[in-house]
Design a protein around this ligand. Sequence first.
Ligand code: PLP
Length: 479
Amino acid sequence: MNTPNKNWEIPGYLESIDNHLHINGIDVRKLADEFGTPLFVYSKPRIKHNINQLKEIQNKINRKLKICYAAKAMSTLGILRVIKECDSDLEVNSGGELYKALKCGFAGDQIVFNGTSKEEWELELAIKSEIYAIQVDSVYELGLIDQVAKRLNKKARVSLRIVPEIETATHSGLKTALLTSKFGMLKSEVFQAAEVFGKSENLNICGVHLHIGSQNPDPETFAAALATLFETAAEMIQHKGTKLDHINLGGGFPVDYLKGVEVANTIARAQAELLSSCYSPSDAIHSAYKKALSFVNDAGFSEDIINYLNKLELLIEPGRFIIADAGTCLTSIRNHKSRPIDKSSQQVGHNEDLWLLTDAGFNILLSMETYKWYYHTIAATKADMSHNTRYKIAGPLCDGGDVYFDIEGENRLPDYRLLPDGMQSGDLLALLNCGAYSLSQASQYNGRPLPAVVLTDDDKKYTLIRRRETLEDLISADL
Ligand code: PLP
């Protein structure tokens, strides 16, 4: 037997024991048998580990840091409770996520609220809950917040979102900092907002915010981002007399989805580079911070302004980095078949395609379709066997595009997945690094109830934190 590439193993967390994948010491076969598939399995120790890595940032830059986990990445209550237990705060993107946060016991001052199209009821909930900051997307929206706060006889804390025009090499659908994007305000609008609303009794303009993009492969961009935040904060106080208490750098720390597996040679280079992006957030922010400080020192600001900038709290909003590699999706092969391949593309020793049809499609892994996201696939009960046979894998949906390869033929996903010989119906697969933007984007498309979620812990403990939806759930809102 060839030695399989098991670069994905993480001792104590994700490992193969006696041929079976184990998560925190628990055999995934046992979990699949008990709870069915598809099944999301999240690891509490891994979430803690990831948050602890982010806490390093504070030690390195010696500045007050507020970590606001981006709830959009995964917001099942059981996960939000773990986030809270790890002393992380929260970024929400809707009244719905705010509702969930409050249900989990997050205090108002632990929450920031982003979004381009906020509704009045959402603003009301945020203002009544006295959240840390509503992140304002336009001058118009700031006026709306002012009115709502006035009506409630409250003072809303707001942070102004800048569109900083910082380019990064992430997927175009994940870039959020360019003028061509839909987010935030021009610097001129930020100053206009401070001019018009700086003296409102119902608003406290207390921060500036930006977010470069998700799975940001370019750590250098954080230097430009921090410099923009410092410069804006300085100009706000110099010219408008608006005194802030924080700057917010957004999220975007990347996750290595390829983990050195051979697939990197079989997909387009830019996609492989993006999916294998990897750097330490604390090193990246440390280095960016030093550059931004030297910018501040060279900018000719007065000593008072420099002292003021040095006291601003730094907020970050990581989602993917905290939750992606803490989640695994277990899926069963429900059908298999073989099919002769097109003679023109026939390769030596390969005259038919072996197809495996799973119960996990883009209904629960939407990024696999929209962004051609790669989730490394292993045979969960044959994990020690050599993964050297090529399979075409597809999900259960009625769309031809519900496949684990690039249906558009642009090589953004490998054409085949490598698994042990003889895979067939009944076998269990594990898709790794599935924790972010999967269940949170899932739908009941094709009449498929949403999967269950299990949380694993040390000492082989595990808990069901979201039950599998029932057929009744499919029609519960229908009148
Ligand atoms: N903050 C904002 C404003 C976002 O839009 C996002 C994601 O799109 C995030 C934070 C989280 O990004 P990530 O999950 O890449 O850390």
